[in-house]
Design a protein around this ligand. Sequence first.
Ligand SMILES: NC(=O)c1ccc[n+]([C@@H]2O[C@H](COP(=O)([O-])OP(=O)(O)OC[C@H]3O[C@@H](n4cnc5c(N)ncnc54)[C@H](O)[C@@H]3O)[C@@H](O)[C@H]2O)c1
Length: 420
Amino acid sequence: MTHHNSDVKDPSLAAGGRQRIEWAAREMPVLKLIRERLAREKPFKNIRIAGCLHITTETANLALALQAGGADLILCASNPLSTQDDVAAALVEYGLPTNAIKGEDEKTYYKHINTALDHKPQLTVDDGADLVTTLHTKRSDLIGDIIGGTEETTTGVIRLRSMQRDGKLRYPMIAVNDAQTKYLFDNRYGTGQSTIDGITRATNILWAGKKVVICGYGWCGHGVALRAKGLGSHVIVTEVKPVRALEAVMDGFQVMPIAEAARIGDIFITVTGDKNVIDKAHFLTMKDGAIMANSGHFNVEINIPALEGLAKGKRTIRDFVEEYTLKDGRRLYLLGEGRLINLAAAEGHPAVVMDMSFANQALSLEHLVENRGKLEAKVYPVPEAIDQEVARLKLRALGAGIDTLTPEQQQYLASWEEGT
Ligand SMILES: NC(=O)c1ccc[n+]([C@@H]2O[C@H](COP(=O)([O-])OP(=O)(O)OC[C@H]3O[C@@H](n4cnc5c(N)ncnc54)[C@H](O)[C@@H]3O)[C@@H](O)[C@H]2O)c1
């Protein structure tokens, strides 16, 4: 359906989408509190925002909070395969123009980004920096209006820092990913659980007893490894950073180069943010029946063109499962076209963690508006006060109390004279 400035698959899915958005809201108490305040104070009144995000039930709750705060918001997908079509339809009904269709081709994906940019945003909310990159390279005439932007994920933050280093970044950015209340929970527990969920839904495999190779032991890798272990898998980690590899060893995982792991793995999961981590040479030595999935931001972690080149045949054997038959008869399986498997074949991160990520988003956007004109074209961290506040509110919502330093303890911790 295309009308006005929206393009979604099927408007009749809206009722189901609304119910699922409500269901997610149950586990987003921090965002709810923020939404109530924003509705009273309207900090985004008359401010145009373009959000390039995974169109999920949790994102819908962020969008509704910004709308309640007075924002004139438009949304587009941040990945061709992560859109929940019922949510996209519901968002349009809520009066939030949305441009996202699950399975859209690359041309449509960029058309949707450009529609969001046609809105002449003053704030940008990005997940992976595709909106910001398009804005800087093809639509730079729009930059004059911009107050600032936020970035949701590790890969996007890395890109923004590269832009800053090359002197190309043109407006202030807040790295939401790098808030402690984001990556310690969203990347670890969110990607951890939902990646396993996506692979399970796509394949219905039993994890117990499987040799699971996890490429990249960052925050996402920590989570996926922990959950695979919990399900009884034999977990093997590959890394390039010595400290992280050492951590994996002491967390009880086997660590080896991918060339070795390729020969023995049953399931491969990439979460590196890097390119061709599983490459042609590795496909050549994998076991018949090996399964590969990616949960890193872009579909470049597994060298799909090389896999296509090695295959004599290919068929879709289940939804989100592509079977490649190599010339020697071995079959390798690629899930979800190598795109974020937790969003392609499952529903992305559970609401309980997105509550914190999106609380950081909403408060960071408010911070950008409050500091309009005062910030430089740099990548800024989420202000510490916001990060701490999100943790405090979340703890309260979860019913977990903590202690407060006594004056004596405060003094002790600030002093250096007192020893044994
Ligand atoms: N699926 C999701 O919903 C989701 C959620 C959050 C983040 N992400 C994405 O997942 C990716 C990882 O995020 P993160 O926060 O864990 O990042 P991170 O930087 O903490 O970890 C990435 C790790 O991969 C390692 N690595 C890089 N190249 C490698 C290689 N060739 N072989 C083995 N290891 C290698 C790095 O050394 C690092 O330790 C990013 O692309 C991020 O944007 C996805």
